[in-house]
Every structure is written in C-alpha cells, then in structure tokens.
Design a protein around this ligand. Structure first.
Ligand SMILES: [Zn+2]
Length: 275
C-alpha cells in the first residue's frame, strides 16, 4: 500500500498553536485577515504575473522577506486560491525552521503549488497544514454549526464563511471533526491522494495512490460510466472502498459517499463517512 507522508502529532500541535495565535490577533468573524498580517510583519508582498511557475514563493533578500503571489494561476487577495497560497507562504515565514533556513541559506527558496501536489515534501506538508490552521482555527471550525448534519453542504458553508476553497475546507474539517471521515481526491480515474482522520477505521484500501479508483464507488462510476455524475449523498458499502476488518462493528454499517466535481481543475473529491 502506498502510504503517504504525515506530520507527527506533536509537530501538528506546535504548528496549530502558532497559527491559532496569529489568527486570533488578525481576524474578522471567521475570516483571517491576511493582509493585516503581512502589514504587521512588514513583509513585502508582490501580486504579479509569473506565468505557470508557481502559486506562491517566499524569498529572503536585502535583509527582508518578499512574498510573491502569482495572478496567472488564479491567485489574488480576494480568491480562495490566493488566500490559501498567501497563507502557505506566511507559514514558511512563521515556522521557525523554515524562516531561519531561508535566512541562513540552509533552505533554498522554493516554488509552492496550491493543489496538493507536494504531499511528499515535509516542508510543504507543514506549510499546507499551517495554512489550514491559520485560515480555519480549531475552535471556530469545531463550533461552526450553520449546517448541522454532515454532508458536502457543510463543507460548502465552511468554504463560504471562512473564505477558503472547498478542498481546503474539506481537508481542515477532516482534521478537526469528531466523527469518522475520509477524503479521496482523484483525477482521470486515478487516486491522487487521500486524507483519513484518526476516528476512521484503519482498514486496508481497495486502491493504491497513483492507481485506478475502485469501480463500484461513486467516483469510480463517474470515471467509467457515462451519465454517472451523482452529486447527492449516495449510500455505499464499506467494501466498495475498503477491506473492512470482520470483527469491526463498523464493517456492517452503511457508508455515505458524496462527490464534488471540480470541472476547472479536473479532480473529484469523494467524502466518505458512516451513516
Ligand atoms: Zn512552500
């Protein structure tokens, strides 16, 4: 099984604590005020055209930090994508090891991409995690109850309230909610990555990262059968996606799968939870 790299729990706590503190000082309701953070830290921000080279980049030069955000990939201060890209660069600034690394030259300046493609780089993984915490602090998200029952509607409401993308909202909600939840992101019938929270059973998957989506799942049917684009909550069996442990009480429970189809970026997000 292709296991993905993860951040140790103790490190997550530390990142979460810093992000939480920063966002508590600069927010308006559920919206973290990123421009105010940039201003307060006296960072130089350039929102400009950089073709397809990156979403964001943090550079140290002339004793100052410079954040470059790329308009050509849909980033500016008012798009959800731009807000995430800027938060990711702020993460590199706030995380001591990253900032000191850049200042001392131990860490090369690098280009960052806001589409979850950096899953194997620990530096990028930490910056993405920090960005999620900065934009969606734990308590605000945990007590967010505009939509009570879980479904894609709840993720949509979070996305609107916190001004983040659906993908960012789904990932952060998965980290903070108190029920079993798993997210699988696929493209062209290939699983690109997944996130499974600590409540979810650790059943082996019927898929591997970079291989095809199981055919009887909602996402799998979408890719293989024309006219199968289901957007509502669909009932599935655990064994559509997993090899459930026979002695696990959840093995006989029904599951839900609901898909979000990102036509612009070509990916499908499957939300998996128990009925
Ligand atoms: Zn980065």
């Amino acid at each position: 099984m292709a296991e993905q790299r993860t951040i140790p729990e103790i490190r997550k706590k530390e990142l979460n604590r810093i992000a939480d503190y920063v966002s508590s000082m600069f927010s308006d309701g559920n919206v973290t005020l990123l421009e105010e953070i940039v201003h307060f830290e006296r960072l130089n921000l350039y929102i400009d055209h950089y073709e397809d080279y990156f979403d964001g980049m943090l550079v140290y030069g002339d004793y100052e930090f410079h954040i470059h955000i790329n308009r050509d990939r849909g980033n500016d201060l008012h798009t959800n994508r731009g807000r995430f890209s800027l938060s990711h660069e702020l993460a590199h600034y706030y995380i001591n090891e990253h900032r000191i690394g850049l200042q001392s030259g131990l860490l090369e300046p690098h280009t960052s991409f806001t589409d979850g493609k950096n899953k194997n780089d620990p530096i990028e993984l930490e910056a993405d995690y920090f960005a999620g915490c900065l934009l969606m602090p734990f308590k605000k998200l945990y007590y967010f109850d505009v939509v009570k029952k879980f479904s894609l509607e709840k993720i949509r409401a979070i996305s609107e309230s916190f001004k983040v993308s659906l993908l960012a909202a789904a990932i952060r909600y998965c980290q903070t909610c108190s029920h079993e939840l798993m997210i699988v992101v696929s493209r062209n019938n290939v699983v690109e990555w997944y996130d499974r929270n600590s409540h979810f059973p650790e059943w082996p998957f019927k898929f591997k990262v970079n291989e095809s989506v199981p055919p009887t799942t909602v996402a799998g049917e979408f890719f293989t059968k024309p006219e199968s684009k289901f957007t509502s909550v669909e009932e599935i069996e655990p064994n559509d996606w997993f090899y459930p442990f026979a002695n696990d009480y959840r093995a006989n429970r029904k599951m839900n799968e609901q898909c979000f189809y990102s036509d612009g970026f070509g990916y499908v997000i499957s939300l998996l939870w128990f009925k």
